[in-house]
Design a protein around this ligand. Sequence first.
Ligand SMILES: [Zn+2]
Length: 86
Amino acid sequence: MKLPVDIKDIKDFAYITNRKLPNEQGEKSGEVVMWRRKGEDEFNYKLKCPHCGEEQESSVVFKKRPYRVKCSNCGKSIMVEKLSKK
Ligand SMILES: [Zn+2]
């Protein structure tokens, strides 16, 4: 999945991650791209649900780790591990 934002100035971002997501069988059938700009509380993300395959785009404010997003289609909770700081 491509990042849907222009990241040519990566210094503007507090977090960016792009990772594959495993389903319950351990197959990496999903993917998430998540990013947060510096000075903003909201994380934005694009998600391909590993469980149902639905693609969605949303934003969320996390209060604590581990970070979890919920699929708007099948309702499953998906953990986004170790957001990498760059
Ligand atoms: Zn789903």
